[in-house]
Design a protein around this ligand. Structure first.
Ligand code: ZN
Ligand code: ZN
Length: 305
């Protein structure tokens, strides 16, 4: 999706407790300054909550599943798949909904799979919420059944925030970083970024590491690619990330407004309740989609930290 300048009001005051969760909006526009490639991303900010409406956007919990359709299982592990994310077109119109569909679902088998890089095995559904028929009341996936229970998200509501990300790996990163240190000191100071980290300052202005739709992949390891059987490159559909606080590095920029910080700017991970996902420690699952094929095939890349 080409970037457009639509963005939710972000915050310039960290640790403000501002609700819904919002990330810091830098004062400088580095993408414009250096004509960088940009993409729209929607940060989902999942926060622990029971979402009773079966057709609402949520992480985990009970998605809208027609009783007429068998709940999917993983043949390798002989286990029911678990619901990971459900998003409505109303909340996240940026998703590439096929015609006549307005509900997206991501499920996975949380165990390790060779073919998925030793990560969860994913499946997706695109549905029309007005033609689901009777819905399944009980989702057959108790958490205790899974060996890799850290790959089973807690039920959360989502609080989408629209941001514009810029290319994480431009050729002139060094030049940009020098410019940031000269012209964006106010932002670096506001974020509490330690001097040691400022030699990699561009990282704080590029892509978000959190659970999000679209944007650029924020790789934990080396960049990877996904290509479709049709021969076309796939595009990043969404990222499922272990947390919404960022690590010791990225957290300075990306921990949203409801995350408490101490006097050194370091984040208290326990100040928010999220999915409690721990995907290969602080890893991520990147879901790619082929928009060229009518069946919307998906592939996942799993990277652990
Ligand atoms: Zn499995
Ligand atoms: Zn394809």
């Amino acid at each position: 999706m080409p970037a457009q300048h639509i963005s939710d009001p972000s915050t310039t005051s960290l640790d403000s407790g501002a609700w819904p969760p919002r990330t810091y909006q830098p004062r400088v526009d580095i993408a414009a300054q250096f004509s960088l490639d940009t993409r729209n991303a929607v940060l989902l900010h999942p926060r622990c909550a029971h979402v009773a409406d079966p057709i609402a956007s949520k992480v985990g919990g009970k998605p809208a599943w027609p009783t007429a359709e068998e709940w999917p299982t993983c043949k390798e592990h002989n286990r029911a798949l678990i619901p990971v994310i459900q998003l409505t077109q109303n909340d996240v119109p940026e998703l590439p909904f096929p015609v006549m569909s307005d509900l997206f679902q991501l499920l996975w088998c949380p165990e390790d799979h060779d073919e998925a890089g030793y990560g969860p095995l994913i499946t997706t559904r695109w549905r029309n919420s007005s033609s689901l028929g009777p819905l399944l009341k009980n989702i057959p996936c108790p958490k205790e059944d899974y060996m890799t229970s850290s790959h089973v998200p807690k039920e959360c509501a989502v609080y989408p925030e629209r941001i514009i990300e810029s290319n994480p790996m431009p050729d002139n990163t060094e030049q940009i970083t020098m410019w940031i240190n000269e012209h964006a000191k106010e932002d670096l100071d506001a974020l509490g970024i330690p001097q040691d980290y400022r030699e990699d300052a561009y990282c704080f202005f590029a892509e978000a590491p959190s659970t999000k739709v679209g944007g650029f992949p924020s790789w934990v390891q080396d960049p990877a690619e996904a290509s479709c059987r049709c021969g076309e490159d796939m595009q990043l559909l969404l990222t499922v990330s272990s947390d919404d606080v960022g690590d010791g590095f990225s957290g300075y920029r990306w921990a949203p407004s409801d995350v408490r910080r101490d006097e050194t700017g370091f984040r208290d991970c326990t100040s928010i309740q999220g999915t409690e996902l721990c995907i290969g420690d602080c890893g991520r699952v990147y879901v790619f989609i082929c928009a060229h094929c009518e069946s919307r095939p998906v592939e996942s890349v799993f990277q652990c930290s």
